[in-house]
Design a protein around this ligand. Structure first.
Ligand code: AP5
Ligand code: MG
Length: 218
């Protein structure tokens, strides 16, 4: 049975960091809506142009375009085994659309890890983050420094600071998370798939805690 997981948590909680590691360990694709938008921005597509006007302010991109972008990604053959979703869903409408997409395929969400980190930690995590251009691997100047400054340890590509990682935009992203995404915690709690994970520990420890609750992938 394919395993579909949704990584839930505030901006900076470590969703991308953990999803990347789980993806390699479990052999499941990492489907990040933020990465898909950034790829569109890099390629200057119409979707990229539309998305960037929201992303640069830290607001959510409208549901209709976001849902169809993710639906398109999940319909690719590599998702037949399941996927690790990161950054999607972020609204009640997106959560319902995801349930419908999976139901159409005869699947359902197996696990929703909620990575919990105190709000006071998020700002320092994001303003010190460096992201790799090629594959979105993430580092941190203090908490997870690359071996060579400015270069990704994993694929040698350039590291850059995301334009939406400024203090003002981060503050808005946290607000938007509280208002629009945090209600999904209850949505997944009632279906029994939510697992609380302490995200305020070493990256490796968070990863161990996640692996302990992941259903087996065949
Ligand atoms: P997105 O790219 O999803 O950003 P986000 O949710 O704001 O999350 P982040 O990527 O900032 O945080 P993360 O939890 O992945 O943390 P990370 O692992 O990097 O979305 C960007 C924008 O796109 C949104 O604002 C919105 O505009 C738009 N968008 C995307 N999806 C959308 C949707 N579904 N609907 C509408 N709009 C959408 O870690 C952060 C830092 O902390 C790193 O430097 C890392 O090295 C460090 N770190 C990680 N774990 C630890 C640890 N355990 N200890 C110490 N440091 C750690
Ligand atoms: Mg991320």
């Amino acid at each position: 049975m394919p395993v579909f997981m949704v990584m839930l948590g505030a901006p900076g909680a470590g969703k991308g960091t953990q999803a990347k590691q789980l993806s390699e360990k479990l052999g499941l694709p990492h489907v990040s809506s933020g990465d898909l938008f950034r790829e569109n921005i890099k390629n200057k597509t119409d979707l990229g142009k539309l998305a960037s006007s929201y992303i640069e302010k830290g607001d959510l991109v409208p549901d209709d375009v976001t849902i169809s972008m993710v639906k398109d990604r999940l319909s690719r053959p590599d998702c037949a085994k399941g996927a690790i979703l990161d950054g999607f869903p972020r609204t009640a409408a997106q959560a319902k659309a995801l349930d419908a997409m999976l139901e159409e395929l005869g699947y359902k969400i197996g696990l929703v890890p909620l990575i919990e980190v105190p709000e006071s930690v998020l700002m320092a995590r994001l303003t010190g983050r460096w992201t790799c251009r090629e594959n979105g691997h993430v580092f941190h100047t203090l908490f997870n420094p690359p071996k060579q400054s400015g270069i990704c340890d994993l694929d040698g590509s350039e590291l850059y600071q995301r334009p939406d990682d400024t203090p003002e935009t981060v503050a808005n992203r946290i607000r938007v998370y509280q208002e629009q995404t945090a209600p999904l915690i209850e949505y997944y709690e009632v279906t029994g798939v939510l697992e609380q994970i302490d995200g305020n520990q070493e990256i490796e420890q968070v990863n161990q805690d996640l692996l302990a609750v992941v259903p087996s992938v065949d």
